[in-house]
Structure formats: structure tokens, C-alpha cells
Design a binder for this molecule. Structure first.
Ligand code: 8YV
Length: 329
């Protein structure tokens, strides 16, 4: 043990190379368990630590920060940071970093895969086949919705939204429409062939609506009964952002009553618990939050989180800070 090394907590399992890299700089307290630390365990393990490597499963609250006054930086291995009270961190001078960019294309791939699987009823078909239910052919057997040439609606046009737009436009001849807090620059809209619409109009026009917006108090349940009622009965809804964006009970009712055709969800409000009413519906494709889950991308995310941690605690500017205003001028 090197008394001069700063202490950090690595709160979730991480690649060996990443741990080895961190160990060069820090005394590492490592939680290799498959289950996350409880909030109490997290608070205890953060005592005396200057930095924390976390993932989306560790909540960093104002109370936790107050209980861990030595903490200087929190580096999350995720692009989303709704699990971190960023304002509380900034107010206490705690530097926060995330892992944007390295997961953009991988997550867009999953979003598009989910769209295809949902529109073409792939999970329903596989279940039927495995259960021995494939007996014959009929004209409307597992007939779903078209993807090619249809209207792709994107709610939240950040990096991942734009990557999905490119897949839709250039791969599938889709008309791209979007809504976002701020409108894209004219050249970006032109490159993607993307039309900016008000949220309600986007809901009305989309054949496939993909949710890629950040989760916040503002976006909580921003797709609920009233919004679902605006969608076409043939439309599909895809959520790869955060579960809390969709009112799952309202979605279940819309799917049950065929007010929209189908949904594809990679994220859930109480994940890893999944609302049981969703599990019973045929017209829904469910995946367990695997948007960024390829080996190369997960390694890139872990490496970037570690690089951020090393930079933050060795006096250099981290590659991807979220609150650079806390850095010394
Ligand atoms: C991660 C994610 O799987 O990056 C994000 O925001 O939601 C996912 O890529 C997860 O949060 C791991 O920290």
C-alpha cells in the first residue's frame, strides 16, 4: 500500500486492464459483486475516498456528498447522469464526468434493432415458433408494420438521436422528423433531411417514434395517456432512453387496446424490475437495458471513465467533464 496514493472506490465490476491502469495511480477499493452496493454500503465505502468510479446504478445524492466530504470527483461509466445530482456536486466543488460519444453508434444500432424487431413482430414470432405454435400460413400471419420509406420520429435529437436519424434516412429511406429542446443548426437538419416539429405534431406524424431524450423532472412521464392518444394506431414506440420517460401503465393500456401497434423497450421505470402488466402483452419487445452492450463499447466506456478519474485527481483536465466550472481556472 502506498500512503501517498489517493484512494478511490470502483463501485462496480470493471475490465482488468482498467483496474490495472487505476492501480498505477490510486489505492483502489474495488466492489466486484454482481449486485450494486446499497446506499448505506456506498456511503461507508466512500469514506476517505477522493474519487468514485460509478455506473448508472449508484445514486449520488446531496446527502451522500455531505456524508463524504473528502470526495473530489465522481466519474460515471455512462452517458446518462440522472443518477447523479449534478447541481449538488457543482455546489460542493465535486467534479463529475460521464462517457459520451464512445457509445453513440452502438446505442443507435440497438435502437434501430429494437425498432425493426418491434415493427416486424420478431419476438412474438420467435415465441410462437419456440412454443410450437407455427402450424400454417395465412395472409396476415404475423403481419407487422413497414419500416422502409416510413416516417421516423425522434424525440430528443442529441448525438444518439442523430445517429438513429442517419440510419433511418440513409439505410431505410425514411422521412426524419424530430422534436428537441433546441432546434438543430440548418446544415445539420439538411444533412439528416430532418424536419423540426412540435412535440404533438411529431406524435401525430411518426410511424415509428424513438425516445432518446435525457431523463429529468421535466421529461418524467412525458409520454403518457394524452401523448399516446395522439399517435397513429399503426405506430410503434421505442424507448432506449430512461424508463421514467414513459408512463408504463398508460402504455400498457394503449397496447392492450391496440391504440398503438407495438412498443420496444430497453429501459424500465423500476429496472431491473419490469412492470408485470408489460410482461403479459404480446405486442411488445423487451430488452434488459443493453443499448451500449457490446464488448468494444463497454471497454471504451470503462476506459474513458478511468481516464476521467485519473485526470481529475492528478490535476489535468478530464476528457469529458460535465461541470468543468469546478475545475481550477
Ligand atoms: C449503461 C446507459 O448501460 O450510458 C448510459 O447512460 O444507460 C447505459 O449505456 C449504464 O447506464 C451503465 O452505467
Amino acid at each position: 500500500m502506498d500512503a501517498l496514493k489517493k484512494k478511490v472506490l470502483v463501485a462496480r465490476r470493471a475490465p482488468d486492464d482498467v483496474l490495472a491502469k487505476l492501480a498505477v495511480h490510486f489505492e483502489v477499493d474495488y466492489h466486484p459483486g454482481e449486485m450494486p452496493l446499497t446506499p448505506d454500503e456506498l456511503r461507508t465505502r466512500l469514506q476517505g475516498k477522493a474519487g468514485a468510479y460509478v455506473t448508472g446504478t449508484e445514486r449520488i445524492t446531496a446527502e451522500l456528498l455531505d456524508a463524504c466530504p473528502g470526495l473530489k470527483t465522481v466519474c460515471t461509466m455512462s452517458v446518462g447522469y440522472n443518477h447523479i445530482d449534478l447541481a449538488a456536486c457543482t455546489a460542493r466543488g465535486v467534479l463529475v464526468t460521464n462517457t459520451p460519444d464512445v457509445l453513440t453508434e452502438t446505442t443507435a444500432d440497438l435502437g434501430f434493432a429494437l425498432l425493426m424487431a418491434t415493427a416486424r413482430r420478431m419476438s412474438e414470432g420467435e415465441r410462437l415458433l419456440r412454443d410450437g405454435g407455427w402450424k400454417s400460413w395465412s395472409w396476415d400471419f404475423l403481419a407487422g408494420q413497414d419500416v422502409y420509406g416510413t416516417t421516423l420520429g425522434i424525440l430528443g435529437m442529441g448525438r444518439i438521436g442523430q445517429a438513429i436519424a442517419r440510419r433511418g434516412r440513409f439505410g431505410f429511406g425514411m422521412q426524419v422528423a424530430y422534436h428537441n429542446r433546441s432546434r438543430l443548426a440548418a446544415d445539420a437538419e439538411a444533412e439528416l433531411g430532418a424536419r423540426y416539429l412540435g412535440k404533438d405534431e411529431l406524435l401525430r406524424q411518426a410511424d415509428h417514434l424513438v425516445l432518446v431524450l435525457p431523463y429529468s423532472a421535466e421529461s418524467h412521464h412525458c409520454i403518457a395517456a394524452a401523448e399516446l392518444a395522439l399517435m397513429k394506431p399503426t405506430a410503434t414506440l421505442i424507448n432506449i432512453a430512461r424508463g421514467g420517460i414513459v408512463d408504463e401503465d398508460a402504455l400498457a393500456a394503449a397496447l392492450r387496446e391496440k391504440r398503438i401497434a407495438a412498443a420496444g423497450l430497453d429501459v424500465f421505470e423500476g429496472e431491473p424490475r419490469v412492470n408485470p402488466v408489460l410482461l403479459g402483452l404480446p405486442n411488445i419487445v423487451l430488452t434488459p437495458h443493453i443499448g451500449s452492450a457490446t464488448m468494444p463499447t463497454r471497454i471504451a466506456m470503462a476506459t474513458l471513465a478511468a481516464d476521467n478519474l485519473i485526470a481529475a485527481l492528478t490535476g489535468t483536465t478530464p476528457p469529458t467533464p460535465l461541470n468543468p466550472q469546478v475545475l481550477p481556472a
